[in-house]
Design a protein around this ligand. Structure first.
Ligand SMILES: Cc1ncc(COP(=O)(O)O)c(C=O)c1O
Length: 405
């Protein structure tokens, strides 16, 4: 079914979620790691994209779930039916109710601080990990996890509390800070973020070395390298570099991985429709589309790749690049500053490519009602989430007469 036909049926904008491709990504990712290490466990990082079609496909294909809040835990356990023992609970702020559920289900809980271990013990959690807060490339400390020098003491404390210390974990986040987070002289935080992904294999290998040494010292069987990895086939280089150092370090345990974008980033496109074309005072050609940073908040950090579905462009002419702006009354609502799209007219369809990670989940109702999602599964497209309706906007509103307690 063509994108134009899908838009005609489900309206614009429209998320196009390719479940077949996501499955291929998972298979390729697993194959790359299994080629270099005998005991590999993969937990999909739910926060990256929570479209249930993806969650079910990954669970069917034997991935666990990495979750960071009670809602994601409930999605994994109650909706998708992931076994509690295959759930990894992460994050810097875990409510008591989440810990209680994790304890009851035998989920693995990764402590973000030494103090949190006391809460885990009180909640009856038995399987725990420690997040090791490795510094960023410029040496600035991470705000996540336990400072590396304090990890061994935290591990001993975990054991004293009767907890089973199963995992040492890192996540080499994809945004790097060029100044310390707590340095107020450094200007705005956004000005100090360097967006770059993925990090080179050597960076992951170095993290694996540190974890392997700590694991040997504490007698921990599993190391968790988190996310931040590229999709297959590129990830094979990362796997090879990590496998090599783990062998060298004499590590003989399990490698846990929590891929997010490696599995879904290029499995989702967003179809947008041009609603206006105008020329600004300085001659810039501006196309206004029906979805912007309300749906693609990542455009505030990195421009998505845009394609016109049927580029026009007259033979022999070069049309000027187009400023593609979203529908919001905000200056920053720009999807691309100068996209080479050819001539555009009202009604043309643009595709924002590879926007599967951290976009849908962070999209807001600040703009219009949010779009539907169609999913390609087994080669055919089906509606996976309907377009929002007004009732979705007011469903929790207690002043609304239709709301019943
Ligand atoms: C702890 C943890 N693991 C895994 C991921 C997934 O990361 P990525 O999408 O870069 O693979 C994240 C993302 O923020 C995370 O915080």
């Amino acid at each position: 079914m063509s994108v134009v036909a899908l838009l005609a049926e489900h309206g614009s904008p429209l998320w196009l979620a390719d479940v077949d491709r996501a499955r291929e990504r998972l298979a390729g990712f697993r194959a790359a790691w299994s080629a270099v290490w005998p005991d590999v466990e993969i937990s999909y990082s739910y926060k990256t994209n929570r479209t249930t079609a993806f969650l079910r496909a990954f669970a069917d294909d034997d991935a666990g779930a990495e979750v960071v809040c009670a809602a994601e835990y409930a999605l994994a356990r109650d909706i998708v039916g992931v076994d509690g023992a295959r759930i990894t609970v992460n994050g810097p702020a875990k409510p008591d109710a989440l810990l209680a559920r994790s304890a009851a289900d035998g989920a693995l809980v990764i402590a973000d601080s030494a103090a949190e271990l006391e809460r885990l013990a009180l909640a009856g959690v038995s399987r725990v990990g420690l997040r090791v807060g490795l510094p960023g490339p410029e040496g600035h400390p991470s705000r996540f996890g336990i400072a590396p020098a304090a990890v061994v003491a935290a591990g001993r404390r975990a054991r004293d509390l009767g907890l089973t210390l199963e995992v040492l974990s890192v996540h080499l986040v994809s945004t790097d800070f060029t100044a310390a987070l707590g340095d107020e002289r450094s200007g705005t935080l956004a000005a100090n973020v360097r967006v770059g992904w993925a990090k080179p294999p050597a960076v992951h290998a170095q993290a694996a070395t540190i974890l392997a040494r700590l694991a040997a010292e504490l007698g921990v069987p599993t190391i968790d390298l988190g996310g931040g990895l590229p999709a297959a086939p590129a990830v094979a280089e990362h796997a090879a570099a990590v496998g090599e150092v783990l062998l060298r370090e004499g590590f003989g345990g399990r490698v846990l991985l929590e891929p997010g974008r490696a599995l879904v980033a290029d499995a989702v496109d967003l179809a947008l429709t041009v609603v206006a074309v105008k020329t600004l005072a300085d001659g810039t050609v501006c196309a206004v589309v029906d979805g912007g940073t309300d749906l693609l908040p990542g455009a505030l950090w990195a421009w998505p790749q845009l394609e016109a579905l049927a580029p026009r462009g007259r033979a022999g002419t070069v049309s000027s690049p187009t400023l593609v702006a979203g529908p919001l009354c905000l200056n920053i609502d720009v999807v691309a500053p100068a996209a080479p799209l050819g001539e555009l007219a009202v009604g043309d369809v643009l595709i924002a490519r590879a926007v599967g990670a951290y976009q849908q989940v962070q999209s807001t109702q600040f703009g219009d009602l949010r779009p539907g999602v169609v999913a390609r599964d087994g080669g055919t497209w089906r509606i996976a989430r309907r377009r929002e309706e007004l009732s979705d906007l007011i469903i929790s509103d207690r002043e609304e007469p239709s709301w019943s307690a």
